[in-house]
Ligand binder design. Sequence first.
Ligand SMILES: [Zn+2]
Ligand SMILES: [Zn+2]
Length: 177
Amino acid sequence: MGQISIVPVNSLDSQFTERLALCLEERFLFSCIVERTLRVPRTALNSVRKQMFFNTLMSRVALAPVADPDAIRLAITDYDLYKTSHQFVFGDANEDQRIAIVSLHRLRSDFYGERADPNVLFQRTLKEAVHDLGHAFGLKHCYNARCAMYFSNSIYDTDNKLSHFCENCEKKVKANH
Ligand SMILES: [Zn+2]
Ligand SMILES: [Zn+2]
């Protein structure tokens, strides 16, 4: 059986990551473990944007020691991420390196001036984690707005989609196992 390794970047609620691991095991039928925390200091941020360049974090996660070097990695970070092509991203993945990264920064209700809600944060994180792991498994974006592989331009897209793949994407992910 394949393995997914969750890599928490800096301190995260361990109940949160353990719950995420259980849900991902169920979605992918992979064993999923939470690795030791990867320390990434704030000095790694782009000091002008106060955001983390996606590729900077990707290269750090690639070097993190994990139990199974063949495992697919999923890093979870509080840092706000950006790419050359995007002002911000909820997350993304590198298919060749089989690494996915999800940022919690813009998944939090309080980012939008609403009351903090741990359950909303968890559901959004699960959707984006399934999405970015989908990329790590070789899936592209899907035009079905309910499918986890639908690209989220905004938090409304994330809230509108499900944490599952549509039938087509599910077939592809199974084929790539
Ligand atoms: Zn995507
Ligand atoms: Zn789909």
